[in-house]
Design a protein around this ligand. Structure first.
Ligand code: NA7
Length: 550
């Protein structure tokens, strides 16, 4: 910890404003991170308010209610670890739970702990301003509400700011359109007999496309980049399965905290080049026939860093796509040709490739035939106009930084977070930004969540922030903020570590490539979960090393 000089007073501070609700702590976001954070701040005996843009809890699992939305971490590995009673009571119905089951789970938690009484729903924070004299944040919502708090915790999510393609004319389209992450909650969307277009073939696209194709009159998929999608192999969980899984919880959660990314599976210490081609191929086939991420994490570790080893696995996967798609020419269009396996997010699918064998499904390659505009009746590409009844945008998110950059955040000297991050995000440990005191970021850039099992990566972070908040109020500290020097060192180490990896060779959300104009900078954290958590703990234990405390 570095003691700062006395806190400078500025002329900018305002007298207390009528209608502003004051709390010790304001948490922005009632997803799985914000909910747990609320629980722990309550336990500190502090006053707290959670502000949530949606009408319900669950974050990702509230918003992404599109057909087919589903986990690809095992359900039981993804739940909260801290409630023994809930662990005993809750039975997962499927190995990889669907969105409705997850939303029900988070609602159960909210009911059990009466969380909603501390949450303002349907409220979107549009600005946050730091008062340098009072050392408090004032937050304002689009709906006109205002809040004042000593500490703000942004639990705004990594994938919560929808990406809309920069294609003109959507407002002219007379049919129905939806972004998958803003899927209607109040009505059923029917595809029955309709002509539907889906744009995007990432983790979301590969989930929604087979569902749409089940009932649509015609489905046209617009693919910019083919992805290495692998079979999910979901299955129902019986009472016997759950009894066995539950009996293992005491071992499972400590294990999950120690794996590289909080998943059940770990990289094999062996390299693929250390075994015979026969043994390697048998292993690939076994993984292919197994559920979830075993087809990635759980294989030979050199797939993550050796391009030649990775290419051999790509060839295996390409043959699997060819086996599943009847039309040979079409199959080739679905085989990725511009990136190695795992250098983009690996989507897990169910019947994705078989969907292209259906008579009612077409694929348009955007690299050959780009979309020019949305029209009144559909989509105009260079080849002509396609009339459709519904357009589904499965175009993802402005990941990591989008949700925070949407808010006008003003710190010391009136500087904005957007300006501070204009050449890419700068953080210390992904937790704080220099010049923005008492603002803690859970699940933004440079945190572990972007590359791991969400709850496993967020629980230790929430617990760490809780200890810091406790320190702030117990010691009556005015400010905790990132030291600019520590921030530069951390940011450089994050970007340097990623620079030498295979990930840097692909265009992906991890480098902001999906958002036009976003600087090409690595925004996640590529090290392991235990290392990341250790860094946090060490900084605090070491007298707040890298932070300025006053
Ligand atoms: P992703 O993984 O970012 O995928 C978005 C898809 O949309 C991807 O195929 C993109 O192509 C495509 N896309 C994005 N912008 C456009 C435009 N302008 N035109 C055409 N196609 C476009 O988001 P998802 O929602 O699928 O998955 C996000 C996360 O959800 C994922 O990491 C999981 O954790 C769950 P591209 O590949 O960029 O060429």
């Amino acid at each position: 910890m570095t003691e700062t000089a006395t806190v400078p007073a500025t002329a900018g501070s305002q007298p207390e404003e009528a209608g502003v609700r004051t709390y010790d702590v304001v948490i922005v976001g009632a997803g799985l991170t914000g909910m747990y954070q609320l629980m722990l701040v309550r336990k500190l005996g502090l006053s707290v308010r959670v502000i949530e843009a949606g009408s319900g809890v669950g974050g990702t699992w509230y918003w992404n209610a599109y057909p087919g939305a589903r986990l690809d971490s095992e359900s039981y590995s993804y739940q909260y670890s801290w409630d023994k009673e809930l662990l005993d009571e809750w039975s997962w119905k499927e190995m990889f739970a669907g969105q409705p089951e997850l939303e029900a789970y988070y609602n159960r938690v909210a009911d059990k702990y009466d969380l909603r009484r501390d949450i303002d729903f349907d409220t979107r924070i549009e600005s946050m301003t730091f008062d340098e004299e009072a050392n408090t944040w004032t937050l304002r919502s689009t709906e006109g509400g205002a809040y004042c708090a000593r500490v703000v915790i942004a639990a705004t999510g990594i994938l919560s700011d929808p990406n809309f393609p920069r294609i003109p004319g959507l407002e002219n389209f007379k049919g129905e359109w939806h972004h998958t992450s803003l899927w209607p909650k109040d009505k059923d969307v029917s595809f029955e007999g309709k002509r539907v277009a889906v744009i995007g073939t990432g983790a979301t696209g590969v989930q929604v496309i087979p569902k749409v194709a089940e009932t649509a009159g015609h489905l046209t998929v617009f693919q910019r980049t083919a992805n290495w999608a692998v079979p999910l192999r979901n299955r129902p969980l019986s009472d016997e399965d759950m009894a066995e899984i539950r009996a293992g919880y005491d071992d499972m959660f400590p294990h999950l905290r120690n794996t590289f990314s909080g998943f059940l599976h770990s990289w094999d210490p062996i390299k693929s080049t250390e075994v015979s081609p026969e043994e390697r191929d048998a292993r690939y086939l076994e993984a292919w026939n197994s559920p979830g991420f075993t087809k990635w994490i759980g294989l030979y570790n050199d797939l993550a860093y050796d391009a030649d080893a990775n290419k051999i696995y790509c060839a295996f996967l390409a043959d699997k796509i060819r086996e599943r798609v009847n039309d040979k020419e079409l199959a080739e269009k679905l085989v990725p040709d511009d990136h190695l396996f795992g250098t983009k997010r690996v989507p897990c699918e169910t019947n994705y490739y078989e969907t292209y064998n259906k008579e009612n499904v077409d694929l348009v390659l955007l690299k050959e035939d780009p979309i020019l505009e949305f029209t009144e009746n559909g989509i105009r590409t260079e080849a002509g106009e396609l009339e459709v009844d519904m357009i589904i945008l499965a175009t993802g998110f402005d990941a990591f930084t989008g949700a925070l950059n949407k808010i006008d955040i003003r710190g010391l000297g009136g500087q904005t977070l957007r300006e501070s991050w204009q050449n890419g995000p700068h953080t210390y440990l992904g937790m704080q930004v220099a010049g923005f005191p008492n603002l803690f970021i859970e699940g933004g850039p440079h945190g572990k969540g972007g590359h791991g099992n969400g709850p496993r990566c967020s629980e230790p972070v929430v617990e760490w922030v809780t200890k810091v908040v406790d320190d702030i109020f117990t010691n009556d500290w005015k400010r905790v903020e990132a030291d600019p020097v520590a921030q530069d060192t951390w940011t450089k180490s994050v970007t340097d570590t990623a620079a030498g990896t295979l990930q840097a060779s692909a265009k992906s959300i991890f480098f902001g490539d999906n958002i036009p104009g976003k600087p090409r900078v690595y925004v996640a954290y590529i090290g392991s979960l235990p290392e990341f958590v250790q860094r946090l703990e060490d900084a605090r234990d070491n007298d707040y090393e890298g932070f300025l405390v006053s």
